[in-house]
Design a protein around this ligand. Sequence first.
Ligand SMILES: *Cc1c(COP(=O)(O)O)cnc(C)c1O
Length: 438
Amino acid sequence: MTSERLEGVTSDQISQALFERAGAVIPGGVNSPVRAFGAVGGTPRFIASARGPYLTDADGNEYVDLICSWGPMILGHAHPAVVEAVQRAAALGTSYGTPTEGEVTLAEEIVARTPVEQVRLVSSGTEATMSAIRLARGFTGRPKIVKFSGCYHGHSDGLLAAAGSGVATFGLPDSPGVTGAATADTLVLGYNDLAAVEEVFAEQGDQIACVITEACPANMGIVPPLDDFNLRLKAICAQYGALLIMDEVLTGFRVSRSGWYGIDGVAGDLCTFGKVMGGGLPAAAFGGRAEIMSRLAPAGPVYQAGTLSGNPLATAAGLATLRGATDEVYARIDGAAATVAELASDALTKEGVEHRLQVAGNLFSIFFAPGKVRDFDGAQQQDTRRYAAFFHAALDRGVYLPPSAYEAWFLSAAHDDAALGRIAEALPHAARAAAEAE
Ligand SMILES: *Cc1c(COP(=O)(O)O)cnc(C)c1O
């Protein structure tokens, strides 16, 4: 890893050539849409390697990484303990299709840190939320679910729903290919709107299996729950016999050792996890009280399965990551995140750019909008063209921000003074570009 100053990004020719090759054989050239830079324009960088807080692209440019694989790389890239755990596991065989000790140890670690009593391991956050909803429906015997607009829970059909007109109407498909039938039992409400939740339960409470919410929304930018929102959701669910699913795929083991639960203390009846718990390999989980989880096959009748669930490499990477994620690590990340948030906000203020910093533990995002953002409608008021200019000016100076104004910024324990220094040098240029953008 070099620590001398980066001279700026000199060329993206190889990335351009790779993006062209990719476009011929992969739709849009990427395997997950946000990677394509659609929201900010330009050529996505093809990353060849990463270490600590740095990414190196195919053209040899180095960037301070403020995405951290969208959360998982909490210890930094290629952390020696994680690399060693994966290498050791790989040498023992990559998959058996049988139970292994590593799955038990990882499940014990998750149970020790969170309110859940039992967990089922899966391979992606999408699978975790999809399975948790099936279990909630199987447990309650009810069809409907409540979700909030702007909360992302992966790409399963029933969760790709947009709000219909009026609070008590069914959800509408949010993507071609999702049928009206798949979203008809999904009720979509505005985030932080307790009156709407109360209204929908008063009308249809005996039909509602669960409410699913991001424990602290981070997929429309950071929009924390107001005051006692989560607590009230839990009380309303309890009153009507519905389950509360706390989606902690992003916040789990990131904003604290116990995720957002470690900050606001509201336990979901079911919780979903992913990202950090896989340490950069595909691992995710859903869990809850034993009384609910025991309804899952083979203990109970609700079917759920996976060929690679609890994969030995993924459990080894996840366990090494969680074991490395000590109180000291969280304190470091909290400090680094506060520093970067302040640097960014100060730089924008200095250039007179209207913006709003929103923080959730060590996660934050910047809305190019004037006031406090409390729901998805508010998030959509921002000036995304300013963000695109801000993003590209930072990228040109070797700082890799999320390529969308609707994403959180992620720090790791590896973001040391050298990395923070590079960010401090780049941000004033980015702020100027934002100010000059029309
Ligand atoms: C990332 C994310 C998911 C989906 O996880 P994948 O592993 O991408 O399928 C679900 N919920 C939340 C809150 C997320 O941030």
